[in-house]
Design a protein around this ligand. Structure first.
Ligand code: HEM
Length: 422
């Protein structure tokens, strides 16, 4: 049985004509009312526009992440005929992305994850802290005297892109090019609703990134360094190593996963913090709250609203029948606003504890880069509030990118008191 149909009528109080299409521009800008309605009335909802099941309650989203074999991540191999395509652009993207850790199931996932985890050690992370701090300071040095900036362009984009590119061993002067290719891939993975052909865009981006990292790999084979790519080439668990194709493919994954998401953590978090001046003041008065504040930004409006899984068997759930091969979309951003889990979920509370949000997913695919993203968030917010007093939003209604699976602002204009730096 198919659930509630989607209509283009906006703002209706009648559920039959309510706009439940999460791809409609109004809902991309503000999905919170639809999430609320779906959680209360249709928690496993058939979405015609996604051709997939939309799951919105916290407990149900967790259940999906807890059963990785029933809800497969292997969207390139397990997709049912109805999603498969013979188009060359689709196949080219699938060939590379199919090797990504995030799209593999056990036992392949277990093997890949333990090998990659060897390169993402606490020592590696601690070594990143001074670099993150120095990068934030250098970016703020460039703008501090101006008294205004576009936070996305001037800080939130270059910081994570620089950090991850340097971690991977790519020269900083290549960052702009890498960003351009990665943006094209984001059109597909982010679920762009801009009207362009997402697969063709993604293929262009992927092909360039793969060529780039292949060349870098050849260089690392000649001279290994302390970068992640060198560590991946050397990593060994139970006599197993990563193939060169796997190293290249997962470098593209780390690069992609490591920058756009963190950019959006910084942008979304700062926008909501400054829209809630009492919370901003709390954090200014007590910088030790920065850890719980970042966790709250992730919960309140996370960078990855949802992800894609494939049902590997028929499932009866909340009166619906999910068929084997159907796509199932756990909406973490809705789970993170579920009052069944969080008290006053629509209130931003930088002191919230406990805060078991699922912004980084949960279970075996829990984000490998979460410690790095948290570190970048904490250093950025602490430094911004310390160095730029009187931070104010230029507009209370900035524009959100027209994407579904990635959520972030096009730009974020800020002003502050010039010459007020301490
Ligand atoms: C705030 C920033 C970030 C958010 C919200 C985020 C979110 C996520 C989510 C939701 C997943 C699981 C996806 C799924 O199961 O389909 C994931 C996986 C992953 N993330 Fe992140 N991520 C962030 C930053 C990073 C960074 C900085 C890196 C790397 C440097 C990274 C690397 C990865 C990797 C490698 C996986 C795959 C893990 C696996 O499948 O075992 N992420 N991330």
């Amino acid at each position: 049985m198919k659930a509630q149909t989607e209509s283009t009528t906006l703002g209706s109080s009648d559920p039959a004509t309510r706009d439940l299409d999460l791809k409609s521009l109004a809902n991309v800008h503000d999905p919170i009312p639809v999430y609320r309605w779906l959680r209360d009335h249709d928690p496993v909802h058939w979405s015609k526009s996604f051709n997939a099941w939309v799951v919105t309650r916290y407990a149900d989203v967790l259940e999906i992440f807890e059963q990785p074999l029933k809800f497969s991540s292997d969207r390139f191999r397990k997709v049912d005929e109805k999603y498969a395509s013979r188009r060359p652009a689709v196949q080219a993207v699938g060939e590379i992305l199919g090797d990504w850790l995030v799209f593999r199931d056990p036992p392949d996932h277990t093997r890949l994850r333990s090998l990659l985890q060897k390169s993402f050690t606490p020592t590696q992370l601690e070594n990143s802290r001074p670099r993150v701090q120095a990068t934030v300071d250098a970016l703020l040095d460039l703008v501090a005297v101006r008294g205004e900036m576009d936070f996305i362009r001037d800080v939130a984009f270059p910081l994570p892109a620089t950090v991850i590119a340097v971690l991977l061993g790519a020269p900083t002067e290549d960052i702009e090019l890498i960003k351009e290719w990665s943006d094209r891939l984001a059109a597909y993975l982010g679920g762009s609703v801009s009207g362009k052909d997402n697969f063709t865009e993604a293929r262009e981006g992927v092909v360039r990134l793969v060529d780039y990292f292949r060349a870098l790999l050849a260089d690392r084979q000649r001279r290994a360094g302390g970068d992640l790519m060198s560590l991946m080439l050397q990593a060994e668990v139970d006599g197993e190593r990563l193939s060169h194709d796997e190293v290249v493919s997962n470098c593209v994954l780390l690069l992609f996963a490591g920058h756009e998401t963190t950019t959006n953590l910084l942008g979304n978090g700062l926008f909501h913090l400054l829209s809630n001046p009492d919370q901003a003041q709390l954090l200014i008065d007590n910088p030790a709250l920065v850890g719980s504040a970042v966790e709250e930004f992730l919960r309140y409006d996370g960078p990855v609203p949802a992800t894609t899984k494939i049902a590997t068997e028929d499932i009866e759930w909340h009166g619906r029948t999910i068929r084997r091969g159907d796509m199932v979309l756990p909406f973490m951003s809705s789970a993170n606003r579920d009052p069944r889990q969080f008290s006053e979920p629509d209130r931003l509370d930088v002191r919230r504890t406990p805060n078991r949000n699922v912004a980084f997913a949960y279970g075996i695919h829990f984000c490998l880069g979460a410690p790095l993203a948290r570190l970048e968030g904490q250093v950025t917010f602490e430094t911004l509030l310390r160095r730029l007093p009187g931070l104010t939003l230029q507009s209370a209604t900035p524009r959100w990118k027209p994407m579904i699976f990635l959520r972030g602002l096009e730009s974020l204009g800020l002003t502050w008191k010039r010459g007020g730096e301490s």
